[in-house]
Every structure is written in structure tokens, then in C-alpha cells.
Ligand binder design. Structure first.
Ligand SMILES: *[C@@H]1O[C@H](CO)[C@@H](O)[C@H](O)[C@H]1NC(C)=O
Ligand SMILES: *[C@@H]1O[C@H](CO)[C@@H](O)[C@H](O)[C@H]1NC(C)=O
Ligand SMILES: [Zn+2]
Length: 594
């Protein structure tokens, strides 16, 4: 508006008044109406200011670009590559969601009489979260979950490093081996289970653990790629008909492993003779249990029979470090706290907290190793998915609940529900006489779970419906601690990502797809996984093997039947009325576990 009062009217009218008027014009959007002073002075002054503004702007832009690029090359997601020799330790806490941490942390504080500020070691190393869905479901399984890590690609539930097209995808471990790294797998479940299998085997259905065992010792297109394996699952390596075998055929995979050069051990005594890894000869296959290594809650009472997760991890790290001492390449080691997931499937909070504490201990061992080892290295830890839909809260009655959760009943248990169930089944098979039975059932609750306030209904139901005893025992602990579970399966919860070094693992800070964890692994090691994919496809193109029934199948085994929700995208958004389906297994076992 011409003639409007200058906004900054209190300013003194001095020789600065020209500048003030211009300032007002800028603020009000009006032109100044003055035409005093020589035109040439004003003209050149404006040209000068304009040129200065252009140069200054250009300088700012150039500096910003240069700074951004230097940032990227130091810590950007595109190029975190170290250049020298390096070790990568990838830890997987199978089935551990964020609530498993609150559960375990509160339990630890209760046990130690520690203040609420006391954390687990792992708590101090959280850097991000991972989204876990697979191609076939919003809820992944461990096979698709581990394929996202090993191949950095999404696939369907049940896929062991194969794609929805049923073609194999190269894994970071295979590529690491080709590049000259040494490699290892340390787990507490069967070494043939989905997570470890996805690093060194390729099958269309995770259930084919017999075939996975053959591939993992090197009977597949790439030959032997794993330098050290520690875990359970011995039964898949022994020929059928021999003691402790669960194979469907007569193949001797321990014998095959020895042919491929493996040093094979199978018990605690032989493990101790490795002297914490200092006396370990490569390649090494150590299978310490027929199936799973017992839950930590039970294992710690059989310490002379089974090594712990952190002992196995320490031995593997020590031996790998020594073996790569004079190499210009380090090692890639995957360590899995496998049975956090199983405790989730069983809905057993007492078993779970001890599994998480054992994982925290192994995590601490890895931190210590990285601190002391002369080779540069990083550890990344994450979960493939959450299991159980765990909640540190549970409404037990129809009335509005009090806000309470009690860790106490978890520390009363001296055994897992799995252990007590096995003992009960054994007892019932051997001694069906009634009076003993009742005493046995009561004692299993009183001494096994450490619960004094059990009801008659509780112990009677164990005998009336022993096929669901596993879930009954777990529920007794869950109800008393007011721990909630929404499923005996997995959930779609995001899971945490941890690292020993948030700078080296910068690419995983924040919320990511699980395949980005896989991207990080190959990028950190600087290995060519695509070349491995190509080699697998070429060498395996017409490779057929005999199935158990003598029928010829692809070396990756049979393809799952249609209807197992493989086609993926469509059913995700389609609600199928599942809520009406009746309990299929009612009265025929609980379908416990996997
Ligand atoms: C063991 O497997 C072979 C096939 O490899 C089969 O012919 C035989 O019947 C099996 N034996 C037992 C005891 O299951
Ligand atoms: C847990 O054990 C303690 C000590 O034996 C006992 O006093 C308490 O009643 C037990 N808790 C339950 C819920 O039975
Ligand atoms: Zn699971």
C-alpha cells in the first residue's frame, strides 16, 4: 500500500534511512518510492549485491555437496566398506521380539535384586529394527527369514535359500568362502534347522533336513563351504536303523563328512579337548545332541553333557581367529540363539528368559572377542521374527485387570515345560499304575515348576489329557506370572537390530527390511554373491538326485504343493474366514512345537 507507515517506524531517521526503507520494502513487499541519489551509484551497488549473492549461493551449494559426499564415503549406507582384513560375526536371536527383552530384563532384575535401571548387555547396543514379512505372508518363518539374511532376497515361508521361482540364490557364507574367508555356524538347535541351513544349503522345503545335512557337509554343487559347525541335529547324520538316527534312508552322513575332510566330534568330552578352540582342527563338525541341545534352564543341570552357546561361540571365534592369523582374509561366523524361538512356540516364559540370558552371555563373549582380536571386525545381531505374540501383561479374569506382571514365578521353575512333559510321557509309558501317577503329576508341578499353590484341577488335567501336558505346564507359569501369549506360532512384530559398532553398521541404523540386513553382510565382507548364484544355477541346472522313495528329484528336493500359500501376494489382503475353523488337532495331540 503506497503511503503505509513503515513497519519499523521507531527507527531513527538518519543516513541509514535508505537501508531502513529498503528493509521495510522487503518486509511489506512494496517498492520504495524514493528516487534520490545518483542512479549510477544505486545501479552498481545492486549489481554488486546480486553478483555477491550468486557467488555466495554457489559456494554454499558446492560446499554442501562436497560435505555430503565425504559423509557418504565415511558412514553413508552406500559405502561403509572397510578396506583391510576383517571379521564379521552375525548373531541371530531366533524368535526374540522386543517383549522378550522386557521379560528377561525384569526377570534378571528380580533375580539379582538389581535396580530398574539395570540393563542386559545387549540393551546397550541397539541400533535399529527390522521388518520381517516374507513373500508368502506378513508373518514369516525362520526359513524365509534367514533367506533374507543369507541371500538378501525375500522368499516364501519354508524356502531354504531358494526363490519363489524355485531357483537357488547364492548365500553370503558361500560367497565369503569363495573370497577366501573362513566360515562357521554355531547353533543350539539342529544344524539342519532353517536358520543355519539357509547359509549353506538350498532346498525347496525346510522339512527336508536329511537332504540339508548332505548339502551342509559339501555334497552339493559348490562342495564344502563351512569350516566349522557346532550344534545339535546328529540324528539326521546317522543312517536309518542305527541308534539315535532319524534319517529316512541308509546314508551315513558322518562318514560322508569325514570323506570331505571333517573332524567329527559328538560329545562334551571331545568338546573339552578342543581347549576352548586352541586345539581345534579344521574343518570341524561338532554335533552334541540328537536333535536340539536342551533349553538352558535344563542344560545347566547337565553341563557335563552339553556345551553352552557361549562356550561353543568362544571356541569357534578363537579357532577361526588363529586359523586366519596369517591370511589377508578374516572369517564369517553365524551364531544363533536358536531356542528362544522354541520357548516362544511352547509359550514357556521360564524357559525363554534363560534362553535370552544365554544369548546375552554369548553376545558379551563376542563383544569381548572383537575388543581383543587384532583384526578389525563387527558384530550385527538381529532376529528373524517374533514368536508367541508375547506380552508382559495378561488379563486372567473378566473384570478389568490390575496393571501387574510378576517375574517371581519364573524363577521358581527348575525345569522347562518341555523337560517336564518328556518326563511325564516317559513315566506314563512305563508305569501306568494310578497311585504313582498322581504323586508323579503333583511332584512335577511342585518340584519341576516350583509352584506350591497348584490346584487339584491342574494336576488332574495333566493325567486326563497328557497329550497337551507341554502347554499345560507352560500355562501354569504364564498365568501365575501374568505373562500373555497370543499364539503358539510366530507374529509379524518388528524385531530389534544390535551391533558392536553403530558406525560400522551405520547402514542398519533405523527401521529396515530384513533383506537390508543381508545387504549389509555381503557389503561389509565385500563379496560377490551374484557370482555364486550364477555358479549354483549353472552347475545345478540338470542335477537330479534320488529321493527317499527312489524317485528322481531336483537336487533341491521336491517343490511344496500348491495351496501351501506360496503364490504370496494375493492372500495377504484376503481374509479367509479362518476364525471358524475348528481346532483340527483337538484330542489328537497339541501339535506342540514345529
Ligand atoms: C533304511 O532306508 C532304506 C533306503 O535307503 C530303506 O530301504 C530301508 O527300508 C530303511 N530301513 C529302515 C530300518 O527303515
Ligand atoms: C515359589 O517358591 C517360593 C520358595 O519356595 C515359595 O514360597 C512360593 O510360594 C513359590 N511360588 C508359587 C507361586 O508357588
Ligand atoms: Zn519358530
Amino acid at each position: 500500500m503506497p503511503g503505509a507507515r513503515p513497519l519499523l517506524s521507531e527507527r531513527p531517521s538518519s543516513e541509514d534511512s535508505r537501508d531502513l526503507a529498503e528493509e521495510d520494502a522487503l518486509l511489506t513487499g512494496q517498492h520504495t518510492s524514493r528516487s534520490d541519489g545518483p542512479r549510477s551509484w544505486k545501479f552498481w551497488r545492486e549489481i554488486g549485491l546480486f553478483v555477491w549473492a550468486v557467488i555466495a549461493t554457489a559456494l554454499v551449494i558446492i560446499l554442501a555437496v562436497v560435505y555430503q559426499q565425504s559423509q557418504d564415503s565415511h558412514q553413508g549406507s552406500s559405502a561403509p566398506h572397510p578396506t583391510g582384513k576383517r571379521n564379521l560375526i552375525f548373531m541371530v536371536s531366533d524368535g526374540m521380539g522386543p517383549t522378550s527383552l522386557s521379560l528377561t530384563r525384569s526377570f534378571m532384575q528380580f533375580e539379582n535384586g538389581a535396580p530398574f535401571s539395570e540393563q542386559l548387555v545387549i540393551d546397550r547396543h541397539m541400533i535399529g529394527q527390522s521388518r520381517t514379512r516374507s513373500t508368502s505372508s506378513l508373518i514369516t518363518d525362520s526359513a524365509a527369514g534367514a533367506t533374507a539374511f543369507s541371500c538378501a532376497l525375500k522368499s516364501y515361508n519354508g524356502a531354504i535359500s531358494v526363490l519363489p521361482s524355485h531357483e537357488p540364490c547364492g548365500t553370503v557364507l558361500e560367497a565369503a568362502k569363495k573370497a577366501g574367508y573362513m566360515t562357521g555356524l554355531v547353533v543350539t538347535t539342529r544344524i539342519t534347522d532353517a536358520t543355519p541351513a539357509c547359509f549353506a544349503a538350498h532346498v525347496n522345503m525346510r522339512q527336508e533336513e536329511d537332504r540339508i545335512a548332505e548339502q551342509m557337509v559339501g555334497d552339493y554343487p559348490l562342495g564344502r563351504v563351512v569350516d566349522i559347525m557346532f550344534g545339535g541335529g546328529r540324528c539326521h547324520f546317522l543312517p536309518n536303523g542305527t541308534e539315535g538316527s532319524c534319517r529316512a534312508d541308509a546314508k551315513d552322513i558322518v562318514g560322508l563328512a569325514k570323506e570331505k575332510g571333517y573332524n567329527y566330534i559328538s560329545d562334551r568330552k571331545a568338546f573339552n579337548e578342543l581347549k576352548g578352540g586352541k586345539k581345534l582342527a579344521f574343518p570341524m563338525l561338532g554335533l552334541f545332541a540328537e536333535t536340539d541341545i536342551p533349553y538352558e534352564l535344563d542344560r545347566r543341570q547337565q553341563d557335563d553333557v552339553y556345551p553352552s552357546l557361549h562356550e561353543m561361540a568362544e571356541a569357534a571365534m578363537t579357532a577361526l581367529s588363529e586359523a586366519t592369523k596369517d591370511s589377508d582374509k578374516g572369517f564369517f561366523l553365524m551364531i544363533e540363539g536358536s531356542r528362544i524361538d522354541h520357548a516362544g512356540h511352547h509359550n514357556d516364559p521360564a524357559a525363554q528368559v534363560h534362553e535370552v540370558l544365554a544369548y546375552d552371555k554369548a553376545f558379551t563373549s563376542v563383544l569381548k572377542f572383537l575388543e581383543n582380536d587384532p583384526t578389525e571386525g563387527v558384530m550385527v545381531s538381529t532376529s528373524d521374527h517374533e514368536t508367541g505374540g508375547l506380552a508382559t501383561a495378561r488379563q486372567l479374569h473378566t473384570s478389568y485387570p490390575e496393571y501387574l506382571w510378576y517375574p517371581g514365578p519364573l524363577s521358581n521353575a527348575t525345569h522347562s515345560a518341555e523337560y517336564l512333559d518328556l518326563e511325564l510321557q516317559k513315566f506314563l509309558a512305563e508305569d501306568p499304575s494310578a497311585p504313582h501317577k498322581e504323586e508323579f503329576a503333583r511332584d512335577s508341578i511342585r518340584y519341576g515348576l516350583g509352584l506350591r499353590d497348584y490346584s487339584d484341577e491342574e494336576w488332574k488335567k495333566l493325567l486326563e489329557d497328557p497329550s497337551t501336558a507341554l502347554y499345560q505346564y507352560a500355562d501354569m507359569v504364564s498365568r501365575r506370572s501374568q505373562t500373555g501369549w497370543s499364539t503358539h506360532g510366530h507374529s509379524a512384530a518388528d524385531v530389534n537390530i544390535y551391533s558392536s559398532d553403530p558406525r560400522a553398521a551405520q547402514a542398519l541404523v533405523g527401521n529396515h527390511e530384513n533383506t537390508e540386513v543381508g545387504d549389509f553382510l555381503r557389503e561389509y565382507l565385500g563379496v560377490d554373491v551374484e557370482a555364486v548364484t550364477k555358479e549354483l544355477r549353472e552347475k545345478g541346472a540338470n542335477l537330479m538326485v534320488k529321493g527317499h522313495d527312489g524317485e528322481e528329484v531336483s537336487w533341491m528336493g521336491k517343490v511344496p504343493e500348491e495351496g501351501q500359500r506360496l503364490d504370496g501376494q494375493n492372500h495377504l489382503a484376503t481374509y479367509g474366514g479362518d476364525f471358524r475353523k475348528r481346532e483340527l488337532l483337538h484330542g489328537r495331540g497339541c501339535g506342540c512345537g514345529e
